[in-house]
Design a protein around this ligand. Structure first.
Ligand SMILES: *Cc1c(COP(=O)(O)O)cnc(C)c1O
Length: 406
């Protein structure tokens, strides 16, 4: 479907990026080939010169990959997109394309961990400095911008605190200083939030999460607004080589078709679970964009169509309570990642961030009782029943502990 500007989002999910194929194939064929044959020396020459359209080599462009890229560009309301081998390959492509030695980046402090590490190690090694600020605080953004700032990089809702940055206002501040705004839209997906329409210049996603949605692909994507930026990014990606392959692109494209209905279910179930958790005696605090108790609830209403499927809770009882909950769930699976059809649960203090030590964890906002939940599309009553029995074990242990200590 070539002109997708007028149809509804669900229709775009099913039809975007789909063309006329040989044999009347309804879905894009998987062109599992590394290279494409030229008809003649002249044909090869004109393809390389860009005088004729066509495919040369899969690192440069592949029809199956391109179908998926076109679909996501349409869903984000962008001009074109670039498929990458992972979300981190997408993040790296962005900084490789937009910065050089001597430049400065302003980045959300609540951002995906490896993004922080990339900026603090590899980008720093190549002379790019980063200031991390709470981008949900507009004054902090204003103050952090310097004459050599090239990018404001925002993740909203942020990881794992789920704080929300006002994309319209951040974009205004950055553009006044001639700085590009890049948004990691992984937690929302284009079904819930379209940063380009709110003023951002570039959007990225980890395809690994909601876009593919089935926990069987690692991939990333960058969406841009105009042809000039696209050509610049394409050259960068072609040179650094972090492309996605045709088969994974096919799987992502298949996942996209159900994105709208999956996101509806993620949001609805997460809302039900969050409201239930908020009243539970073992929950010290909860962060979920769909609760009125969320500090940025109003900003959320302004810029996203739904709260998403991610919930962060603070358990009473700290590290041991977190461990016990992890070992007690039966339906929720203990795993990192998010955005798949299956519900996942993670306890950073005893798992992903254990080796950091408590002090470093606390500096990053990761308390001992913090638990992150990715709500899947199972029956919500089953999910609540699982959390209920696991929290009951935590409560019993907590009561015993309290008795021992008095
Ligand atoms: C997972 C994730 C990434 C990185 O994506 P990979 O596909 O794992 O490389 C980046 N940003 C956010 C918000 C993520 O959740």
């Amino acid at each position: 479907m070539k002109n997708h500007s007028k149809v509804g989002f669900e229709t775009k999910c099913v039809h975007s990026g789909i063309d006329e194929y040989e044999y009347g194939s309804v879905v894009p064929p998987i062109y599992q080939t590394s290279t494409f044959k030229f008809k003649s020396a002249q044909h090869g020459a004109s393809l390389f010169a860009g005088e004729e359209k066509g495919y040369i080599y899969t690192r440069m462009l592949n029809p199956t990959v391109q179908a998926m890229e076109d679909a996501i560009a349409a869903l984000e309301g962008g001009h074109k997109a670039l498929g990458c081998g992972s979300g981190m390959a997408a993040v790296h492509t962005i900084f490789a394309a937009l910065t050089q030695a001597g430049d400065h980046v302003v980045c959300s402090s609540a951002v995906y961990g490896p993004t922080t590490t990339l900026l603090n190690t590899i980008m720093k090694k190549f002379g790019v400095e980063t200031t991390f600020v709470d981008t949900s605080n507009l004054d902090e953004v204003k103050k952090a911008i310097k004459p050599n700032t090239k990018v404001v990089y925002v993740e909203t809702p942020g990881n794992p605190t789920l704080c929300i940055s006002d994309l319209e206002e951040v974009s205004k501040i950055a553009h006044k200083a001639n700085v590009k705004v890049v948004v990691d839209n992984t937690f929302m997906s284009p079904a819930l939030q379209n940063p380009l329409a709110l003023g951002a210049d570039v959007v990225m996603h980890s395809l690994t999460k909601f876009l593919n949605g089935h926990a069987d692909v690692v991939g990333g994507i960058v969406v841009v607004k105009d042809e000039e930026t696209y050509q610049h990014f394409r050259k960068t990606l072609n040179q650094t080589g972090g492309v996605i392959d045709p088969f994974n692109s096919f799987l992502v494209h298949r996942g996209l078709k159900t994105l709208a209905i999956r996101m509806d279910k993620h949001c609805e179930s997460a809302q039900t679970i969050a409201e239930w958790l908020e009243k539970h005696p073992m929950i010290d605090s909860i962060r979920f964009p769909g609760l009125k108790s969320h500090p940025d609830y109003q900003i959320g209403l302004k810029q996203h169509k739904g709260p998403g499927g991610m919930i962060t809770i603070e358990l009473k009882g700290g590290l041991e309570a977190g461990r016990l909950m992890m070992n007690s769930v039966k339906l929720f699976q203990l795993a990192v990642s998010l955005g798949g059809v299956e519900s996942l649960i993670q306890h950073p203090a005893s798992m992903t961030h254990f080796s950091m030590g408590k002090e470093a964890r606390l500096a990053g906002g990761i308390t001992d009782g913090l638990v992150r939940i990715s709500v899947g599309i199972e029956n919500v009553k089953d999910l609540i029943a699982d959390l209920e029995q696991a929290l009951k074990k935590v409560e019993e242990a907590h009561l015993k502990d309290v008795e021992v200590h008095v």
